[in-house]
Ligand binder design. Structure first.
Ligand SMILES: Nc1ncnc2c1ncn2[C@@H]1O[C@H](COP(=O)(O)OP(=O)(O)O)[C@@H](O)[C@H]1O
Ligand SMILES: N[C@@H](CCOP(=O)(O)O)C(=O)O
Length: 328
């Protein structure tokens, strides 16, 4: 479930009226997602009426970053990327506050995009996702906002400290993670070309209609960072079975081929991909391990398995050098 905040129907209707998109007809809580509370809204009565996503930002999103995230959506949408536009309220603001039983929270209304996430993507879909990622990177270079990656190498030792002495509660195989993190930090390549990157483009953050990308969503880890790292994150997220045991080379190659059809990474970026793929695996392993150890037992959220990314990491360490040839 991902509706942590309750908003009664009168407050919801009054809230929607502030955005000038007509009268509220329905509001349904969305079960998918883990970080924020989301509703699918339907409105009627004005030319701008239709379907929208209302997001109330919960603890993991630092609301000081909202102008970066929301301006980025508008920038990318204006550049023709398949991302939702933000809806601005009568005062011109893309975000506003609401009083809730848990205190004041920030919220935003964004365009609803059609499509469904792929559980078992095809190579044609992976090709389209690679191309859409490259499109974001090209458009992102013209975005003026800057945001440091809060889940990047500077954050990893903090997660290691938080998990210290407790790896075995998840699985003894994770005891070696601190050494792997040290290696990844030492191997992190400096001076690669940067842009605004999504940094979490997993299948559940891409909406597809047939073989076409209709929406890239959940930009709440987006940041300024190496484009090659975003390629590595996306490769690790898409090219394996969810448990990380089976690599699907057709998906990996199609993803890279799609990316390269729009933007060809330079030689330094290509050379860095095996190390960046291992780094990407550790980034998701660390947040999953932290959440595994710190999610209350009664929380209505399915914990994600850190081992799925330890397996991917081992695969990239052994075979990474041979995996990125589709970009040569
Ligand atoms: N712009 C959108 N158009 C259509 N559906 C959306 C949109 N944004 C979010 N969703 C739906 O809401 C779900 C949760 O959104 P997401 O941003 O991934 O939440 P979280 O940040 O909690 O992970 C998505 O899986 C998708 O079904
Ligand atoms: N993609 C990450 C989890 C981030 O959660 P999201 O619902 O905000 O995309 C993972 O798989 O570990």
């Amino acid at each position: 479930m991902a509706v942590y905040t309750r908003i009664n129907s009168e407050d919801m209707a009054a809230l929607v009226a502030e955005f000038g998109v007509g009268e509220l007809v329905s509001a349904k809580g969305i079960a998918e997602g883990v970080s924020n509370s989301n509703w699918l809204l339907e409105t009627r009565g004005t030319p701008d009426a239709g379907r929208f996503i209302l997001t109330v930002y919960e603890e993991r999103t630092d609301t000081r970053d909202l102008p970066f995230f929301l301006d980025l959506l508008d920038h990318l949408a204006a550049a023709g990327c398949p991302v939702p536009r933000t809806i601005h309220d009568a005062g011109g603001s893309a975000s506003r506050t609401i009083d809730t039983p848990q205190g004041e929270k920030m919220l935003a209304l964004i365009e609803f995009l059609p499509g469904v996430s792929a559980d078992d993507p095809t190579p044609a879909q992976a090709h389209a996702v690679g191309a859409a990622l490259a499109q974001v990177h090209l458009a992102g270079q013209g975005f003026e906002g800057f945001r440091k990656d809060g889940m990047g190498p500077d954050a990893w030792r903090g997660f290691v400290r938080d998990c210290a002495g407790r790896w075995g509660e998840i699985d003894p195989a994770l005891e070696g993670v601190p050494a792997l993190v040290d290696d990844a930090i030492a191997d992190w390549p400096d001076d690669l070309p940067v842009s605004t990157i999504h940094a979490d483009l997993f299948p559940d953050n891409v909406l597809l209609v047939g073989d076409d990308v209709s929406g890239m969503i959940d930009f709440y880890f987006a940041c300024t960072g190496p484009m090659a790292y975003d390629i590595a994150v996306t490769h690790a997220a898409w090219s394996f079975s969810p448990d990380g045991r089976r690599f699907n080379p057709a998906i990996g190659d199609a993803l890279l081929g799609g990316y390269g059809s729009v933007r060809m990474p330079d030689a330094r970026e290509r050379a860095a991909l095996p190390a960046l793929a291992q780094a990407a695996c550790l980034r998701f392993l660390l947040t999953r391990a932290y959440d595994w150890l710190n999610t209350p037992a009664d929380a209505m959220v399915t914990r994600k398995d850190p081992l799925a990314f330890l397996r991917r990491h081992a695969f990239y360490r052994q075979q990474g050098a041979a995996l990125f040839g589709a970009l040569d």
